[in-house]
Design a protein around this ligand. Structure first.
Ligand code: F6P
Length: 375
């Protein structure tokens, strides 16, 4: 499955870089440590290189002294294959091109990041991130003449050109398990259960978990819904003798007036959240059913990575190091047609992937009688 890379000695080709910088960037997810483990193992065991793990994404490169640690084969221990989070730390704030300053202004601090990479003597940088992180890291690489390879991760699975990203499978598993747990209590109390899941602007988690977890209604930002249609569907289920219903709603689904539902977090950041409660009240009003709402939130980002996330993480990590060995930069590893490949980063950051409204999963869901609130 993984292509071999031709002639290498234990120390790697003569012209190969000797120090790899490695960072995780953006929101964490399950499987990041498995990627780190794979990169470190391949780089040290396969090529005899050194790996510098940078702390908290590009934040570690903005601090002085620079915050990093040399990673050794202890990282290859079995624990990292199985654990969630990232041993390097990460951030989804602090874009170095528009760094938020205490006085509310934004400052371009990209030169500091580039200087830190040069100061550490890093020959090639491997960044594990989502589309936003990849765009930033690519820009840094272009500006600083850095050798960069990207590895896709995000529970949202919204990076174009890769069928899946590290963390997505585990998030779907967690959301599916939540539905498994909600169904018996829904049936015991004659209730409609609403499960709000993450996914930023894409409905991939909601769609996949909704099918796998036996949802009756799936609401995603890609398909406009009408509450009357949702209520009618629940009514039909009731007429057929069903005493409960499961509704999955993606966090980016707009409210009844078409507005996104946001929460303001400390520090000024805004995140999606709250649509589940809004819809729960409306469903109760329209159907007379008792409703309860579960907002799954960051639970989806933790837990043991599934076998699939571990496998993809491992394949991505090895392939990324091999790309460095081949001197092929400005590329991202990707999963397509049951194998790991690599694609130009320019393609990867071009357009986020949204649910295909005519795609096979939508057709499957419709075939199962699941309502999207549109017909
Ligand atoms: O992009 C991953 C993600 O978990 C989204 O699904 C969610 O909208 C967002 O990050 C939450 O961000 P934060 O960790 O800042 O709350």
């Amino acid at each position: 499955m993984i292509e071999t890379i031709g002639e290498q000695t234990a120390q790697g080709p003569k012209s190969s870089p000797r120090i790899i910088g490695l960072l995780t960037s953006g929101g964490d997810c399950a499987g990041l440590n498995a990627v780190i483990r794979a990169v470190v193992t391949r780089a040290i065991e396969g090529y005899g290189w050194r790996v510098f793990g940078i702390h908290q994404g590009t934040m570690g490169l903005l601090r002085r002294p620079i915050e990093f640690e040399e990673l050794d084969l202890r990282v290859s221990g079995a624990g990292n294959l199985r654990s969630a989070g990232t041993i390097l730390g990460t951030t989804n704030k602090g874009n170095p091109f528009a760094f938020p300053m205490p006085d509310g202004t934004r400052l371009d601090r990209s030169a500091e990041v580039i200087a830190a990479i040069h100061e550490l003597g890093i020959d090639a940088l491997i960044g594990i991130g989502g589309d936003g992180s990849h765009a930033i890291l690519r820009r840094l690489a272009q500006q600083g003449g850095l050798n960069f390879v990207g590895i896709p991760k995000t529970i949202d699975n919204d990076i174009g050109v890769t069928e899946t990203s590290v963390g997505y499978d585990t998030a779907v598993m967690v959301a599916t398990e939540a539905l498994d747990r909600l169904q018996p209590t829904a049936a015991s109390h004659d209730r409609v259960m609403i499960l709000e899941v993450m996914g930023r602007d894409a409905g991939h988690i909601a769609l996949a978990a909704g099918i796998a977890g036996g949802a009756d209604v799936i609401l995603i930002p890609e398909i406009p819904y009408e509450m009357d249609k949702v209520a009618a569907h629940i009514g039909r289920l009731r007429n057929r003798g069903r005493n409960f219903a499961l509704v999955v709603v993606a966090e980016a689904v707009p409210n009844l007036t078409g507005q996104s539902v946001w929460q303001r977090q400390t520090g000024g950041a805004t995140t999606y959240g709250g649509i589940g409660h809004i819809l729960g009240t409306v469903i109760a009003d329209l159907t007379g059913a008792e409703t309860r709402v579960t907002v799954l939130g960051h639970v989806q980002r933790g837990g043991q990575p599934t076998w699939n996330d571990r496998l993809i993480a491992s394949a991505f990590g090895v392939r990324a190091v091999d790309l460095v060995a081949e001197g092929r930069f400005d590329r991202m590893v990707a999963w397509q047609n049951r194998r790991v490949i690599d694609v130009p980063l320019s393609e990867a950051v071009q357009a986020p992937s949204r649910v295909d409204r005519e795609g096979v999963l939508i057709r499957t869901a419709r075939g199962l009688g699941i309502s999207f609130g549109d017909i």
